[in-house]
Ligand binder design. Structure first.
Ligand SMILES: [Zn+2]
Ligand SMILES: [Zn+2]
Length: 116
């Protein structure tokens, strides 16, 4: 029973779930399924796989997360991984990396913004 091993290869994960390898690879690359990189291959920790399955089971309709800066709604938590430095409100990756925003709308210092 492969699930008793501490780590599974992506092939094994695919086999256990009865899906194809490409799908698992995509999940790992997108970060949805946590995996560790060993040299050139990925390994999925069995507890992570269980956690992923558990989460997919209970979260058929995951609650949407709203970026506290731009107000955009996201259904994947992975798109909103950052937080306002003041109040911990979620900030989307787009605001964080592209616009370099570190605080929610409320806590953004308007004076530091460029005037149009
Ligand atoms: Zn945003
Ligand atoms: Zn804030």
């Amino acid at each position: 029973m492969p699930l008793e091993k501490p780590f599974l290869s992506l092939e094994e994960v695919a086999e256990v779930l009865g899906v194809n390898y490409q799908l698992i690879y995509k999940l790992v690359r997108s970060g949805e399924l946590p995996a560790v990189r060993v040299g050139r291959v990925f390994r999925v920790a069995t507890p992570d796989l269980h956690a992923y399955l558990e989460q997919s089971k209970t979260n058929r309709n995951p609650p949407e997360t709203r970026c506290a800066s731009c107000g955009k709604r996201y259904y994947s938590r992975l798109s909103v991984q950052q937080k306002c430095k003041v109040c911990d409100e979620p900030i989307c990756n787009d605001c964080w990396t592209r616009k370099k925003i570190r605080t929610c709308e409320e806590h953004t210092d308007k004076k530091s913004e460029k005037k149009k």
